[in-house]
Design a protein around this ligand. Structure first.
Ligand code: ADP
Length: 417
């Protein structure tokens, strides 16, 4: 009970006593007067009580005031904590709070549904041990720095999860697991749609292209520019369809044909292709710093590398230089193509591997681009656990580099083994 409430109680008792005394002194006829006096007293005491409750707590003895403030603060914080926990518990994403040793400190309901954790037995369990044998356990025991994408849920293999680990203090990390099954399904619908449309377009385009090739412009000279344009556009459409089918194939291909790719031979082919495409308009050089080969798919790597080489030729004006480089690094090996071409403004660089993304649509079309080349490169490199980097300056040129990890680098001698 607060001090103010005690005072109010005492005040009310005083009112009643006063009213009784006045009533007794003045007789029954003066009861109305007594009641009036009592009401006046109640108003005065009520006012006093109100004033007191508005007085700063310092008016109380300091220790009492401090204790009252502390209790209020504790109550408020406990309320906020409860609200936060309720909100976290209701989240559809699984949340698991881990300590420095990777032990479970707390988890929400979704963690039970998606990760199969149980209360109370999994509190304090080491999560990587609890999920032993799953991809998540391996990821947790590793650094866990990079998010883990698209893994089956330990509690239900039909569900797919995407996980990330956030450091929230020196001793605690928060594991977030999101159910991406619906997203995956939508993505599959999109992939199937693109693959089916491309496939359906392939045959009619081949027929149209075939008939266009049969038309001889010499028979109808006035139609020559039209026939020329129609042939060009039908070739472009056929190339777009082929590139879309390549992308669909790469997207649905879970793993690669792993073979020993002899890099010297591949680099020599790429150089010839660059020269053929350039028609002598550029200087093409090849620099091989180390003899190293790659573990991967020759067909896919050839397709990715020749996309980079063909871009360098297409986006470099006549007289420019193109250099193809291959070297080992402490982290693995790097295939790079540099040109002295138009370059790419920084604001565009992050989006280059998106489908149909072009810095300049007219330049891409003029040079026969489909806008899909770098998407193909990215997919091929992903399948080789490699990554693409871009360094470019408008007006000075660009360098596209494919960076491979040591696990992909082979010694040429091992080819004979
Ligand atoms: P495209 O078929 O249009 O060349 P890509 O996916 O291969 O499509 O490339 C996407 C865009 O990136 C191109 O349209 C072009 O604007 C830019 N680009 C790619 N390579 C280079 C390069 N070497 N120099 C300048 N711009 C480039």
């Amino acid at each position: 009970m607060s001090l103010n409430t005690v005072r109010l109680g005492v005040g009310c008792a005083a009112v009643l006593l006063t009213a009784a005394a006045i009533g007794h002194a003045l007789g029954a006829t003066s009861i109305a007067l007594a009641i009036t006096a009592a009401i006046a007293l109640v108003i005065v005491l009520g006012r006093l009580h109100y004033e007191e409750s508005r007085m700063p707590a310092t008016a109380l003895p300091p220790a009492l005031a401090e204790a009252a403030r502390h209790a209020t603060r504790t109550r408020r914080l406990a309320g906020q904590l409860r609200a936060l926990r309720n909100a976290a518990a209701a989240l559809p994403d699984a949340l698991v709070l881990l300590d420095r040793e990777g032990r479970v400190r707390w988890f929400n309901d979704a963690a039970m549904r998606l990760l199969g954790l149980r209360r109370p037995q999994d509190r304090r369990a080491v999560l990587s041990t609890r999920l032993a044998g799953t991809a998540i356990a391996g990821w947790l025991t590793g650094a866990g720095d990079e998010p883990l994408d698209d893994v089956p849920a330990p509690a239900d293999a039909a569900l797919h999860l995407s996980l990330s680990l956030l450091p929230i203090s020196r001793d605690q990390r928060l594991l977030i697991a999101r159910d991406i099954s619906n997203l995956n399904r939508l993505e599959q619908v999109r992939r199937d749609f693109v693959a089916n449309v491309s496939h359906e377009l392939r045959t009619p385009l081949t027929v149209i292209h075939g008939y266009l090739e049969l038309l001889d412009p010499e028979d109808t000279p006035e139609l020559e520019p039209i026939i020329g344009e129609m042939r060009l556009q039908s070739r472009r459409m056929a190339q777009i369809v082929e590139d879309l089918l390549t992308l669909s194939r790469l997207e649905t291909q879970p793993r690669l044909v792993e073979e020993h790719v002899a890099m010297r031979a591949l680099l020599a082919t790429l150089r010839k292709e660059a020269e053929a495409l350039s028609h002598g308009r550029h200087t093409v050089t090849l620099e091989i710093t180390d003899d190293a080969d790659l573990l991967g798919s020759l067909k896919e790597l050839h397709s990715a590398f020749s996309n980079l080489v063909s871009n360098a030729v297409r986006y470099t004006p006549t007289g420019g230089r193109i250099s193809i480089r291959w070297q080992r690094t402490p982290e693995g090996a790097v295939f790079a193509v540099s040109d002295t071409g138009y370059g790419i403004p920084l604001s565009h660089q992050a989006r280059l591997t998106e489908r149909f993304y072009r810095v300049s649509s007219s330049r891409s079309r003029e040079t026969g681009g489909t806008g899909l080349g770098l998407s193909i490169v990215k997919h091929v490199l992903n399948l080789h656990q490699a990554r693409l980097t871009v360094a470019s300056e408008p007006g000075r040129g660009s360098t596209f580099a494919a960076i491979f990890g040591t696990e992909r680098v082979l010694d040429p001698a091992s080819e004979e083994a």
